[in-house]
Ligand binder design. Structure first.
Ligand code: ATP
Ligand code: MG
Length: 460
């Protein structure tokens, strides 16, 4: 017989949940508040507690901590109407089994309870310690089930030192996730260093990461400490890992395997303890198949995978994100009168955001700068244009935008024609840009290094 304790101020909910979950193997106890909940916990020693998050005088996270102090293996499921991001991440970090939205309980509660009780059975002997709570300074927005799942994942991976691979289109929030992982991890007091592998010239990347000895190459006038050394004990975020040249991949693999490296031009073996979080908007599995990315490194980096879906696939997040960015702008501009007109919110919610959250943020920034009044209307939102695109009379997407959208669709579907399409588009973009590689890369929405690779002839 297993025992569940449900804490919730709503008697209707308690009644429903008790009926819904009780059976021959499970007995369900209920408590309308914190005080009663704590008493019952000591009395019935439940295997699983299901609690509302918003409670007085202490919230669900505080309860979670107390319960797990008394019984480190008790399963706890939190729930509330709109779970706050910080609370979801933190509760997962503290070992909550799940954090559910109230409205999804009719469908989710039973399967979650079953799997929590099964986990409890299986892990009776496992030792889990509760960590002290960490405060989330930076805000991350997301009400969609996809983002809620991401927050839970962040909480779980923060407990370990495992390598994390974050995937998703440009502007989805990959760096935001990487920072959150570091902030919630045991390494939070140590350095977080972000390196964009596509932005650093190939010839300098190795020295940037591993440092160099004086005189090791032309221009190396002094010894230099690399990021791996600087970041000892901390977290290194390798952005656009797909752009990393092979010889650097080999060195990274060595750090991951042995915790060792040497500076460029140096013989000394140095030790470092760095957690790696990698991000990419390329399909790395395909890069591995094509021999452009080391398979062994891929598996080392891909221990935990966090995928950020594009904004158009989680439209529930558009409104809260827009309101959040507007609030932040209002604060920055010291203008508390900033508002959205309804048509602006409607337009934003129906737009497909090829540039994802970054495009939303930039659009609002520009709109606030250019708007003639404090109430932003649909007309104030320059959607579908980027700063370099020419204004369109007929409101069709610019060629650049059209290409970007097509490319991202083809990438997502893993189309076998992709290499050919990419090459063809790269050539077209180059010719449209009058041979200017930088402008062509921008039109295609990729970094110069990535563009170089796209446009280079390939052996198939
Ligand atoms: N969930 C979120 N809540 C609040 N802000 C967000 C969120 N996701 C992204 N942003 C904001 O959107 C912008 C883009 O995010 P970020 O730089 O993390 O994207 P990215 O996936 O790393 O993009 P790229 O692939 O182009 O490097 C940042 O200014 C970030 O603060
Ligand atoms: Mg990034």
């Amino acid at each position: 017989m297993q025992t569940i304790l449900i804490i919730d101020p709503e008697s209707d909910f308690l009644e429903w949940a008790q009926r819904h979950l009780s059976n021959a193997e499970v007995s369900v106890h209920t408590a309308p508040g914190v005080e009663d909940g704590l008493k019952q916990f000591t009395k019935v020693k439940p295997d699983l507690v299901i609690t509302e998050f918003h409670l007085k005088p202490v919230n669900g996270i505080e309860l979670l901590k107390r319960f797990r102090q008394q019984d480190p293996q008790v399963m706890v499921v939190l729930s509330t109407a709109f779970p706050p991001t910080n609370a979801v991440i933190e509760s997962m970090k503290l070992g909550a089994f799940d954090f559910l939205r109230k409205e999804s309980l009719p469908y989710d509660l039973r399967p979650v309870v079953e799997s929590a009780l099964a986990t409890r059975e299986a892990s009776r002997t496992e030792k889990l310690a509760a960590d002290p709570a960490v405060d989330l300074g930076d805000v991350m927005i997301g009400q969609s089930p996809a983002m809620q799942a991401v927050f839970k994942m962040i909480g779980r991976v923060s407990r370990s030192d495992a390598a994390v691979m974050i995937t998703g289109e440009s502007g989805c929030g990959k760096e935001v996730v990487a920072r959150a992982v570091q902030r919630f991890s045991a390494r939070s007091a140590k350095e977080f260093v972000a390196i964009n592998c596509a932005a650093i010239p190939e010839s300098l990347l190795e020295s940037e990461l591993f440092g160099h000895e004086k005189g090791s190459f032309t221009g190396a006038t002094a010894q230099r400490v690399g990021r791996f050394e600087q970041c000892d004990g901390g977290t290194l975020f390798l952005d656009e890992i797909g752009e990393m040249p092979m010889h650097v991949q080999t060195k990274i693999l060595r750090v991951l395997q042995e915790g060792e490296f040497s500076r460029v031009g140096g013989n000394e073996t140095l030790k470092t303890d760095v957690r790696i979080i990698a991000a990419t908007n390329r399909n790395l599995e395909r890069e591995v198949e094509r021999g452009r990315f080391r398979e062994d490194l891929f598996y080392r980096l891909n221990v935990v995978r966090v995928h950020l879906p594009p904004l158009r696939e989680r439209p529930e997040d558009i409104r809260p994100l827009a309101l959040f960015f507007l609030q932040r702008l209002a604060k920055k501009k010291n203008n508390s009168r900033l508002r959205f007109a309804d048509d602006a919110l409607d337009l934003m919610e129906s737009y497909n955001w090829p540039g994802n959250v970054r495009e939303l943020e930039n659009t609002l920034h520009r709109a606030v700068v250019l708007a003639r009044s404090d109430v932003l209307t649909a007309g104030d939102l320059p959607l579908g244009q980027n700063s370099s695109a020419r204004p369109n009379e007929d409101n069709a997407p610019s060629v650049g935008d059209a290409i970007r959208i097509l490319l991202s669709t083809a990438r997502e579907s893993g189309s076998p024609a992709l290499p050919w399409i990419e090459r063809r588009l790269a050539a077209e973009a180059l010719s449209q840009a009058g041979g200017e590689a930088a402008a062509a890369a921008q039109a295609l929405g990729c970094k110069p290094a990535a563009f170089k690779r796209l446009s280079a002839p390939q052996e198939e």
